[in-house]
Design a protein around this ligand. Structure first.
Ligand SMILES: [Zn+2]
Length: 274
């Protein structure tokens, strides 16, 4: 079938003939229809492209958001804050315990505070507490904590009736632990053996000097198993319970001596703060 065409005469604004163009008659008659069709295709293409771009970017955004949330959960600042506060309170309590016994040399500038402190640098805060705890560990290592023997306490520190004459008061300078001759006696803190020999009424005695100028004394021993100058750790075996010196039966007489005099060892048996 032959396509029916119409000749269009092109004339410029001065009325001059610019030539003749053959255009299909159908196109000339329905040009609005064709234009609409073309515009529709362009609009469709733009829409499809837009949807595709949106889909890709929103997926990327969701991934980024999920990753950010993961990071945020890994560093839960609120929980970290709670943990730090708990560490802070523990340090404060232990420090109070040591301070009450005249032992704290730890710098405690920032501890004992409320929960309203600001965390700007979480690693910095963590490092601060690591330092505090290391320092505390060093201090505590030389504090005579706990008991040198697990026997029952038969006589406490302080005034008591004279156990020999049963008349008049006498100041008991330590704590007595009831036991059986030969029981293991252990140092209550790290230190250096200062005395390891017979010492008058104390009988066979060990005195250990600790770094904080405290000394611990273990009396009435049946055997001494350390030598003067020897370094001992906390809990190290130093001798055996006995009945030497002035005693009314086998027991350990245990003292904590500071430069100010005798201390009550019971204050050091546990970390309780009265
Ligand atoms: Zn005693």
């Amino acid at each position: 079938m032959r396509i029916h065409k119409t000749s269009v005469l092109l004339v410029n604004t001065h009325g001059e003939n610019q030539g003749v163009v053959q255009v299909p008659t159908q196109v000339l008659r329905g040009w609005k229809k064709y234009l609409l069709f073309l515009v529709s295709i362009i609009v469709c293409l733009i829409c499809v492209t837009g949807v595709l771009i949106h889909h890709l970017t929103s997926e990327h955004y969701r991934e980024e958001l999920a990753q950010a949330n993961n990071v945020k959960n890994a560093i839960n600042v609120a929980r970290a804050k709670q943990s730090f506060q708990s560490i802070d309170e523990s340090i404060y309590r232990i420090n109070s315990f040591l301070q009450e016994r005249g032992l704290a040399e730890i710098r405690m500038d920032n501890v004992g505070g409320g929960p309203d402190f600001e965390i700007i640098d979480i690693n910095g805060v963590a490092e601060f507490y690591v330092q505090q705890l290391n320092e505390m560990e060093r201090t505590i290592e030389f504090v005579p904590l706990g008991v040198p023997h697990d026997g029952e306490i038969s006589s406490s520190f302080g005034y008591r009736r004279n156990p020999f004459s049963r008349r008049g008061a006498q100041f008991h300078t330590g704590v007595d632990f009831r036991g059986v001759t030969g029981d293991t006696i252990r140092s209550t803190a790290a230190g250096v053996v200062e005395l390891a020999e017979w010492k008058g009424l104390y009988g066979r005695t060990v005195i250990i000097k600790h770094e904080n100028d405290l000394r611990t004394l273990y009396g009435h021993l049946s055997s001494i198993d350390v030598a003067v100058g020897q370094e001992v750790r906390a809990g190290e075996f130093i001798g055996r319970l006995g009945n030497t010196g002035r005693t009314t039966g086998p027991h350990l007489h245990y003292e904590i001596i500071s430069s100010d005099g005798r201390l009550n060892p019971a204050d050091y048996f546990s970390l309780d703060i009265d």
